[in-house]
Design a protein around this ligand. Structure first.
Ligand code: PMV
Length: 340
């Protein structure tokens, strides 16, 4: 916003995060309120950087906002989600100007590697600051949640817990830091098993699961215990305890989705093969534990020193296309602010 004549251009970055206790289901679709809490790990060097500027001369097409993704005009579905989010920020900040938004992702978009988590966390920070708001982290987290449930967690670094909240307005449905990056030296080794975009978005899949899966009630009932166990494991830095919860949370989420009508199955044969690799590693004495999101990729939690054993085992698994080794990272942060 223009306080000294020129509008403020704000660049923010955020890392993606991977849930170890999954969020799957909403208590309010309009406000994007989760039905349960969740727990995740925010990752370094694997996220989104976004520049936002609200200005009368924002280069708008057809009188709207100008949205670019990785240097090209953004695809319509991406642009629509960003514009809906900008409208929210404009309402809260009482700003009536069009915006320029330039996003760069270092996460493959919509491949089940949570580009939306990093994207909306960076956008929430950049857009709110560019609109003249200076939100404290819990409010920023609640704002990011409106773009994507998992984005609320990427406001914070390291291990993060998201609360379902009880208020109808969602003001307490926000995340908080549990253990900052740098304290516990773990890795997430990602086995990428497909380059195809996901068949069904997580929001659609959650809604279908909630409406039709006979296991949804059981899922909701089980999450609070998993959350308590995972929180205790993080605070005690107990890898087998955390890994055990992470595997059962992922299996229960997918079992619940598979029981929907029509069934939702995100896995492919390489997903199953990678899960088997993790079990074999464990039998051979390496503490490694998988989780799987709304896609076919397998993410494996292990100690930093064991990543050199886990990565080649996953890379050699039939059907695994590539692997990535990711470390815990910081929360969303401002990269640059300038008046132009
Ligand atoms: O934030 P969304 O709406 O993309 O949903 C995220 C869903 C999962 O990634 C499968 C689980 C989670 O908690 O991140």
């Amino acid at each position: 916003m223009s306080i000294f004549g020129l509008p403020l251009s704000v660049t923010a970055r955020a890392g993606t995060n991977i849930a170890l206790v999954k969020y799957w289901g909403k208590r309010d679709v309009t406000l994007n309120l989760p039905a349960t809490g969740s727990l995740s790990l925010t990752l370094a060097n694997f996220g989104s950087e976004t520049t936002v500027r609200f200005a009368p001369d924002a280069e708008a097409t057809e009188g709207g906002d100008c949205i670019s993704l990785d240097g090209a005009p953004a695809p319509p579905r991406f642009a629509e989600r960003v514009i809906r989010f900008l409208d929210l920020v404009r309402r809260e900040a009482r700003v009536g100007l069009p915006a320029e938004v330039a996003t760069r992702n270092s996460v493959p978009t919509a491949a089940g590697l949570a580009s939306s988590a990093a994207g909306f966390a960076a956008l929430a920070l950049a857009a709110s600051r560019a609109a003249g708001m200076n939100l404290p982290p819990p409010e920023l987290s609640a704002l990011a949640r409106r773009g994507s449930g998992s984005a609320a967690r990427s406001i914070f670094g390291g291990f993060v817990e998201m609360a379902a909240g009880v208020h109808r307005d969602g003001s307490d449905a926000c995340a908080q830091a549990l253990l900052p990056a740098g304290v516990w030296d773990v890795r997430l080794v990602v086995a990428i098993t497909s380059d195809a975009p996901k068949a069904i978005s997580s929001s659609e899949a959650m809604e279908l699961t909630a409406k039709t899966s006979p296991y949804y009630a059981g899922w909701l009932q089980a999450v609070p215990q998993d959350l308590a166990a995972a929180r205790a494991a993080v605070l005690a830095q107990d890898l087998p305890a955390l890994g055990g919860v992470a595997e059962r949370s992922a299996m229960r989420m997918h079992a619940c989705a598979m029981a929907a009508e029509p069934p939702i199955l995100y896995w492919n044969t390489a997903t199953l093969a990678a899960m088997e690799t993790v079990r074999r590693l464990r039998v051979a004495g390496t503490e490694a534990f998988f989780t799987i999101d709304a896609g076919p990729h397998v993410k494996v939690l292990c100690a930093a020193r064991d990543a050199a054993r886990v990565e080649p085992a996953l890379a050699a698994t039939p059907g695994v296309l590539r692997t990535l080794v990711l470390a815990p990272g910081p929360g969303a942060e401002i990269v640059r602010e300038e008046r132009r």
